[in-house]
Design a protein around this ligand. Structure first.
Ligand code: SF4
Length: 230
């Protein structure tokens, strides 16, 4: 294909995905009027810590331990004083407790020594903290600081593929695609719209297509019409 034709095709594909994204968000915004995080926290530092604890477990099991953890250690300094053993004792039920406690104390040390006890607001600085990858950093940047980035987890990856918002195979690729096509007015809540939709309606095994607010736009449902009966 000639370069000009290739460019034209890519542009029209991008435009179509932008229009699809706008319609999807319009419908999800009506269906989920208050898209709140399910993790409980009272500050950006607590949000960061809760997201670090949420790897490979549920928000519910994280919330079951953070009440006590944040009561004892609401800041990086108090977390350091609690120490790795103290953190591990409190978070032992969330899974990977040894690693998570080590990362939480490592991150608290860097926050105190290099950032004056504050959570930094850039991706480059956040991913320097132990246990903080791109996804965790994007949740903090978006939910904690209101930045226009979209963190992608397994639910969002699935929803993006089913609806045709992205063909990318990796969370980072889907994140890039979503950031490109999400209208500015929806960027703040896009992560939660797609996450909550994936968690409660567009489930991996049994998507609730009959009660889905975006079913009219869904190519996965068009390709699997039997799901309408589910
Ligand atoms: S119609 Fe079904 S597969 Fe499509 S987004 Fe809705 S729940 Fe998911």
């Amino acid at each position: 294909m000639a370069a000009a034709e290739d460019f034209a095709e890519k542009s029209s594909g991008l435009q179509a995905r932008k229009e699809l994204a706008r319609k999807v968000y319009e419908l999800l915004a009506k269906a989920i009027p208050e898209p709140k995080p399910e993790l409980e926290y009272h500050s950006v530092y607590e949000l960061l810590t809760a997201v670090m604890l949420s790897a490979q477990t549920t928000d519910k099991s994280v919330n079951a331990v953070t009440g006590e953890l944040f009561k004892k250690a609401p800041t990086p300094q108090t977390m350091l004083e609690l120490g790795e053993d103290g953190v591990r004792d409190i978070v032992r039920t969330v899974g990977l407790a040894n690693t998570k406690a080590k990362h939480i104390i490592g991150a608290a040390g860097i926050l105190v020594s290099e950032f004056n006890g504050k959570v930094p607001e850039t991706m480059e600085e956040l991913v320097r903290l132990p246990g903080v990858g791109e996804k965790t950093a994007k949740v903090v940047l978006n939910v904690g600081f209101g930045k226009g980035v979209i963190a992608v987890d397994t639910h969002i990856l699935r929803v993006a593929h089913r609806l045709g918002l992205s063909e990318a195979r990796t969370p980072a690729g889907v994140s890039k695609d979503l950031e490109e096509i999400t209208p500015a007015e929806y960027v703040r809540n896009a992560h939660h719209y797609l996450l909550l939709h994936g968690r409660y309606t567009c489930k991996a095994q049994k998507p609730q297509c009959r009660n889905c607010p975006v079913s009219a736009l869904c190519r996965y449902l068009s390709a699997n019409p039997w799901l309408r009966a589910g």
